[in-house]
Design a protein around this ligand. Structure first.
Ligand code: FAD
Ligand code: FES
Length: 287
């Protein structure tokens, strides 16, 4: 079950494809067997969007999917990104065959699944991206970074996915193909149930569901609500934080989050090194 993940490296890799899959949302596939065989779900890459120096800094994007050849060898990986500013806009203009500078794999990634238990992923906005690879890994279908949970897999995986409107829903069929059930909530009721994604979780919990693990990724108010619900129902819950990042390797402290320490009190921790995955109860949501 165990394996040794390689450390982060900087390299130039070739774009295989970069295509829209929803409004302002793209899947970027990169040809990179080294990263693909080392990276684990929950880890991310700093991807420098521009060709030369503009923008200079990389942008953190989570592993979406490991790409394998017909023999099962990891040959590349995909990220899915939402265009929100200068970096992601520049990235959306890059074309297949061009080269990109990447740095990774970075961050701690997710731990093991609850063997035999049900897992529920709670995603808001573009927060679904870490959960495709994670679902395949925890269901024992995929080995990632040399680690397989085939003998201690989760029993089932469900993605609760909240977006503002149906046009922003990205990759639902990818999750279903991977054996992950999907339930959607939209603010405007254009897809799935109208309301917040945390309402979907509350309905399940009120109906008696007791997942072995809940994992959240999305905007801070959603994660804070999720953490409160996890406490109320005594759920094992992790969150993957998406704080702004500049360096990605622990030097600039631009990404810090307030984390409750074991002996009490709160200290700032770097999301790029000590995270992005933290226990929901460890994050000081009041800060
Ligand atoms: C570990 C990690 C994994 C991530 N994975 C993904 C992913 O898989 N897909 C994806 O689309 N995005 C992901 N993000 C967020 C992504 O890195 C940012 O959206 C991106 O860096 C924005 O760059 P930009 O140059 O386009 O926007 P900028 O020009 O830098 O910013 C545009 C606007 O968005 C705001 N903004 C920028 N970054 C963030 C942020 N992280 N949170 C809230 N507001 C922000 C800025 O304040 C500004 O108002 C991840 C972030 C982290 C830390
Ligand atoms: S991004 Fe520089 S320390 Fe985390």
């Amino acid at each position: 079950m165990d394996g040794t993940a390689a450390g982060p490296a900087q390299r130039l890799v070739t774009i295989v494809e970069n295509r829209p899959i929803a409004r302002d949302t793209y899947v970027l596939r990169l040809d990179d067997p080294l990263t693909a065989s080392a990276i684990r779900p929950g880890q991310f890459l700093m991807i420098r969007p521009g060709g030369e120096n503009d923008p200079l800094l990389g942008r953190p994007l989570a592993l979406y999917n490991v790409v394998r050849d017909p023999g099962g060898t990891a040959v590349g990986f995909e990220v899915v990104y939402l265009v929100i500013g200068r970096g992601t806009r520049a990235l959306s203009a890059r074309r297949a065959g061009e080269r990109l500078s990447i740095w990774g794999p970075l961050g701690n990634g997710f731990g093991p699944p609850p063997a035999g238990g049900a897992v529920v992923f709670v995603a808001g906005g573009i927060g679904q991206t870490p959960f495709l690879a994670l679902g395949g890994w925890w269901l024992g279908r995929e080995s990632c970074g040399g680690v397989s949970y085939a003998g201690a897999a989760a029993h089932s995986a469900t993605l609760l996915y909240g977006v503002r409107t149906s046009e922003l829903a990205a990759g639902i069929e990818d999750f279903e193909r991977a054996g992950i059930a999907v339930e959607v909530a939209t603010d405007d009721g254009s897809l799935g149930r109208r309301g917040y994604v945390t309402d979907l979780l509350r309905r399940r919990l009120e109906g008696g569901a007791r997942p072995g693990k809940v994992v959240g990724c999305g905007p801070p108010p959603m994660l804070s609500a999720l953490a409160r619900m996890a406490r109320e129902y005594d759920l094992d819950c992790d969150v993957s934080l998406e704080n702004h990042m500049a360096c990605g390797y622990g030097a600039c402290f631009s990404c810090v989050a307030p984390i409750v320490q074991q002996g009490g009190g709160t200290d700032l921790r770097r999301v790029c090194v000590e995270g992005p995955v933290f226990g929901a109860a460890a994050v000081d949501w009041s800060a």
